[in-house]
Design a protein around this ligand. Structure first.
Ligand code: NAP
Length: 265
C-alpha cells in the first residue's frame, strides 16, 4: 500500500528529498513526510545517533523502506558531510530538504532568558540555527536549480512568549538566517529557502516547554479559526513551499497557526 502510494504520479514524483528531524509519528517532519510520500516523493532521513532515537525512527520508517536512514548529530560537521556524501553516492542529486530540528537543554528553556548560561545559549544556537546554515552549504552542490529548502519556526521568534525564552531568540536568528540563505542560495543556484511558523503541536520537543498545554489552549482560544493547527496542515504547507507551486516565493515565513499571529488580543 505504502509502496503503491510512493510509486503513483504526484507533485513530487521523481523528486528526491532529505528529511532531518523525524523523531516519531508526532514530529512535524513526519507530517511533512507523509504528505510528500502521498505525492510520490523519494525520501532519505536522518536521526540523532542515539540507540533509542535510531530504534524509534527505524520502526516508524520500516513500512516505507527508505534507502537511506542516516545517523546525524548536527553539531558534528563530519556527520553532516557523511550524510550528503551518502545522498550523492545513492542519488547523485537532491531536490529538496526539510530541516525540522531544534534543541536547548530543557532547564535552559525553562529559566528566564536573562539567566541563560553561555554554554546553553551556544548549544541552542548551534543545534537550532547554525545547523540550517551547515546543511544548506552541504546541500547546495547537490541541488539542481529550482530546488527547495524548508525549516520550522515558531511565533516566539517574533514576539516574547513567556516560557519559550532562549528558543525564542534562536527562532528569531533562524528566521533571519532563512532570509540571508535565500539570498545566497538564490543568487548562486536559484535554490529557494523558506520557513513555516507552526502553531503549537504536542511533540517530543514541545514537552520541554513549561506550561505548553496552557500555551496550546490559549492559542486555540485566540486564533481566528478558534482551534489549533492539524499536522496535515503543516504537511500541506510543506508541500506548497517545497514544490514548484511556490515558484516565486523565497526568504518567506508562512504562519500556519490558524491566524493566531494576526490577532492583537
Ligand atoms: P520533534 O519531533 O522532537 O523533532 C525535533 C527533532 O530534532 C528530533 O528528531 C530530534 O531528535 C532532533 N534533534 C535534536 N537535536 C539534534 C541534533 N543535535 N542533531 C540532529 N537532530 C537533533 O519536535 P517537533 O515539534 O516536530 O520539532 C521540529 C521543529 O519544529 C523544531 O524546529 C521546532 O522548534 C519546530 N516547531 C515546533 C512547534 C511545536 O509546537 N511542536 C511549533 C513551532 C515550531 P531526537 O528526538 O532523537 O532527539
Amino acid at each position: 500500500m505504502a509502496e503503491a502510494a510512493s510509486q503513483r504520479m504526484g507533485l513530487f514524483s521523481n523528486k528526491i528529498g532529505l528529511v532531518m528531524g523525524v523523531a516519531n509519528d508526532h514530529s512535524i517532519a513526519w507530517a511533512m513526510s507523509e504528505a510528500l510520500y502521498a505525492e510520490g516523493a523519494e525520501l532519505a532521513f536522518t536521526h540523532l545517533p542515539t540507540p533509542s532515537g535510531e530504534r524509534r525512527v527505524k520502526r516508524l520508517l520500516e513500512p516505507r523502506a527508505p534507502k537511506l536512514i542516516l545517523p546525524c548529530d548536527v553539531q558534528n560537521d563530519a556527520d553532516i558531510a557523511r550524510v550528503f556524501q551518502a545522498v550523492r553516492d545513492t542519488y547523485e542529486r537532491l531536490d529538496f530538504l526539510v530541516h525540522s530540528i531544534a534543541f536547548a537543554p530543557p532547564a535552559e528553556i525553562r529559566r528566564p532568558y536573562v539567566d541563560t548560561s553561555r554554554a546553553g545559549w551556544h548549544m541552542a544556537m548551534d543545534i537550532s540555527v547554525y545547523s540550517l546554515v551547515a546543511v544548506c552549504r552541504e546541500a547546495m552542490p547537490l541541488m539542481p536549480e529550482g530546488s527547495t529548502i524548508v525549516t520550522l519556526s515558531y511565533f516566539g521568534g517574533e514576539k516574547v512568549m513567556p516560557g519559550y525564552n532562549v528558543m525564542g531568540v534562536c527562532k528569531a536568528a533562524l528566521e533571519h538566517s532563512v532570509r540571508y540563505l535565500a539570498w545566497d542560495l538564490g543568487r548562486e543556484k536559484k535554490i529557494r529557502v523558506n520557513a513555516i511558523s507552526a502553531g503549537p503541536m504536542r511533540t517530543l520537543s514541545s514537552a520541554g516547554i513549561s506550561d505548553f498545554d496552557q500555551m496550546r489552549d490559549h492559542a486555540a482560544k485566540k486564533a481566528c479559526l478558534n482551534r489549533n493547527v492539524f499536522p496535515e496542515e503543516l504537511g500541506s504547507t510543506g508541500l506548497y513551499l517545497l514544490s514548484h507551486l511556490s515558484g516565486g516565493v523565497t526568504g518567506e515565513l508562512i504562519h500556519v497557526d490558524c491566524g493566531y499571529s494576526i490577532v492583537g488580543l
